[in-house]
Each structure stands twice: as C-alpha cells, then as structure tokens.
Design a protein around this ligand. Structure first.
Ligand code: CP
Ligand code: NVA
Length: 303
C-alpha cells in the first residue's frame, strides 16, 4: 500500500502512471462514459484549513468514480479538540477506504499515514502541495509542452517545494526566484540536488523567467501567515509577474497559478486574465488528477 504525501517517495514511473490514468479517466468523462472505478468506496476528507478547489475536486471526484466523499472539518471532529492523530487515524481508517488531509505541519500527515490502514493523500501541508502539481503537469501536457522549463517566482512555499522535487524527479529544468529570506525548504533543495536536479535558485525574477515556457507563481501570504502580511508586501516588492516581466519568458509561454490568486500582488490582472493564462484549465485538472491518483492508489493496494 502506498500513501501520497510528497513526491520524495515517488519515482518518475509512478508519476507517469498516475498521469496516464488521470488522462484516461478525464477522456472517459468528457465522452460521457461513466466507469465506477472506485464503486462503493469512501474517502474521508479532513480539513484543518480552508479550501475551495481541493474540497470540491475530491468530493466530486470520488462521487464520479462511484464512491462517496465525507467532509470532516477539524472544527467539528474531535481532532480539533485535541484527540491524538494516532487515534484519529486508527479509527477513521477502520471505516473508510482512503483519507485525504489538509493541515499545517507536515509531521501531522506523516503521523496520520503511519497509523492509517488505508492510503493517505496530502491535500496540502505547510511543506508541500503535490496534488496541485499533478494537475499543473496535466495542464502543461495538454498545451503540448513535453519538456517544460518552469519558472517559479514568488514565495518559497509549499508549491515551490513540490515543484522543485517534482521537476527533479521528472528531469525538468526549474528556475526559482524568491526574495532573500523566503527561499524554498533547504532539505527539499538538497534532496533535489542529490537526485541531479537541473535547477537555478536566484533572487532575481528577471533571471528566473528567461528561457521559460511555463511561468508559475502563488500567493505571497499562505494560509497561516496572515500576521506577516505587512512585512511580506514590503519584502516581495519587485516580484509581481506583470506584463513586462512575463514578456521576458518564451513567446509561447503559459501562466499557471494554483489559486486562490491576489491580483495586483503576486500577479497583475493583465497576465492572470490574459490569453496565455491557463488557470481555469489548471483548476479543472485538479478533479482529473486526483481521480487518477485515487484509482492508482487503489490499484497499488490490491497488487
Ligand atoms: N489550489 C488549491 O489547493 O486551492 P484550494 O485552497 O481552494 O483548495
Ligand atoms: N501556498 C498556498 C497554497 C494555497 C492552495 C497556501 O498554502 O495557502
């Protein structure tokens, strides 16, 4: 049985298998074919942070596969009142077929997985957001970009970490610009370098965007960092992806953002709402990517 906590535990082969299933399930859905790949299965979805896309895509996804999604807010379950994660994991996994967790510290999802008898999926932690990157990659492939050169400009956060480790595993070049003091996780960077990452780490957005065909950013103020907003807005001055900066990427480059986006901060309106932005396609692909992931995890469990 496999969990899906981070790309660190995944090979290129694993990732390609998930993507292949996701694209097949997407094609089936688009042509009106309904195959209940996960008939009767229940996905427990624990949220300790807000969500629009992750919640809707997992809940719709498991339903479309013939199963049922159970939304569990930490505000309502005993976990939020201090019940140990170990007990939560043992109990919930005795009643459902898969668990998705969105939480703060990554160690919490590791503890959940250690104590769960069913596959655990990371729906975002402070350290990484791998399900988002699966959807990003499907979007990139659908644009006919087989060998992406990815620029990530902004905060070195959970998205950055997942993009770095994903790119290293896939053999893609990634160029990351963050302000000083806002770099990606040093252990993730080291792991990426250990597996031969083709990576540029810089404090210059101009340097990071040059030669790229996929330009990505994310909010400067991730969930849980609201108190740092004032300081961050000062420190991220010059990091907005506006028309001028975007024009320094390849002529046919696309723009991606996991959303929610804050227009006028990390990205200007004319770029995010411009003709090279693929944000809504990317958001829709969350549904297909996660359906592929759940089917793959189910196959692994049965092998
Ligand atoms: N991109 C993403 O995970 O969005 P939500 O926070 O709305 O789930
Ligand atoms: N980095 C953002 C991603 C939101 C989907 C956050 O953690 O809030």
């Amino acid at each position: 049985m496999k969990h899906f906590l981070s790309f660190e535990d995944y090979s290129k082969k694993d990732i390609l298998e998930i993507i292949q299933i996701a694209r097949k399930v997407k094609a089936e859905m688009k042509s009106g074919i309904k195959i209940p790949h996960l008939q009767g299965q229940v996905l427990g979805m624990i949220f300790e942070k807000s969500s629009t896309r992750t919640r809707v895509s997992f809940e719709s996804g498991i339903y479309q596969l013939g199963g049922h999604g159970m939304f569990l807010s930490s505000r309502d379950i005993q976990l939020g009142r201090g019940e140990p994660i170990k007990d939560t994991a043992r109990v919930i996994s005795s009643m459902v077929d898969m668990i998705m967790l969105r939480t703060f510290g990554h160690e919490k999802i590791e503890q959940l997985a250690e104590n769960s008898t069913v596959p655990v999926i990371n729906g975002l932690t402070d350290l990484c957001h791998p399900v988002q990157v699966l959807a990003d990659y499907i979007t990139i492939l659908e644009e006919g970009i087989e060998n992406p050169v990815i620029s990530y400009i902004g905060d070195g956060n959970n998205m950055t970490n997942s993009l770095i480790i994903f790119s290293a595993k896939m053999g893609f070049r990634i160029q990351v610009a963050t302000p000083k003091g806002y770099e990606a996780d040093s252990k993730i960077i080291q792991k990426a370098l250990d597996i031969g990452a083709d990576i540029l780490l810089t404090n210059s957005p101009e340097e990071a965007i040059k030669g790229s065909n996929v330009v990505i950013t994310d909010t400067w103020i991730s969930m849980g960092m609201e108190d740092e907003k004032e300081q961050r807005l000062k420190d991220f001055d010059g990091f907005i992806i506006d028309k001028n900066l975007f024009s320094k990427s390849d002529d046919n480059s696309i723009f991606l953002h996991c959303l929610p986006a804050y227009r006028g901060y990390e990205v200007s309106e004319d770029v995010i709402d411009g003709d090279r932005s693929r944000i809504y396609k990317e958001a829709e692909n969350r549904l297909h990517a996660q359906k592929g992931l759940m089917v793959w995890l189910d196959q692994k469990r049965k092998q």
